[in-house]
Design a protein. Structure first.
Length: 155
């Protein structure tokens, strides 16, 4: 998994975050997918922030994006688009929600981890499935995974 918008461990551009200047919701960055195992039946994507202050979330995690049953023939998820079935993000909504680390807490720069899973089966799940629900049913079905990490610090 890769993106032309940012390199591994680099800063995510503002237009993909809550600080987007257009006043519209942030768009998801375009993602490139390659080297999917030939025996994979489907893909799943999870984007999360593991740096949330415990004052805001005791587990320290905010989920920004969940998608599953993505066809294995997918080589690109275009900017602002999704693929497969969208699950619930940490705001309780479907689709992508951009990085938005709270300015009043440390760390002020957060990591955003995009994990793409190659799976040996498709899943019948509600469209509002959460990250935890998806990870639970994926147990024993993960053939491989790839990770892209971006960083963001509010202006």
């Amino acid at each position: 998994i890769a993106s032309d918008a940012f390199a591994q461990n680099d800063s995510i551009p503002e237009n993909f975050t809550c600080d987007v200047s257009t006043g519209t919701p942030a768009l998801s960055p375009a993602l490139k997918i390659s080297d999917v195992p030939s025996n994979a039946k489907t893909l799943a994507l999870v984007m999360h922030d593991p740096d949330v202050p415990p004052q805001l979330r005791p587990d320290g995690i905010f989920v920004h994006w969940v998608a599953f049953n993505i066809p294995t023939t997918t080589t690109m998820i275009p900017e602002g688009a999704s693929a497969g079935i969208s699950g619930s993000n940490g705001a309780g909504k479907s689709g992508y929600v951009g990085p938005c680390p709270p300015k009043e807490y440390q760390p002020d720069e957060h990591r955003y981890i995009f994990t793409l899973y190659a799976l040996d089966t498709e899943f019948i799940m509600p469209t509002a499935a959460t990250r935890d629900e998806l990870l639970s049913v994926m147990q024993g079905h993960i053939l491989s995974e790839a990770v892209l990490v971006g960083r963001y610090k509010r202006k």
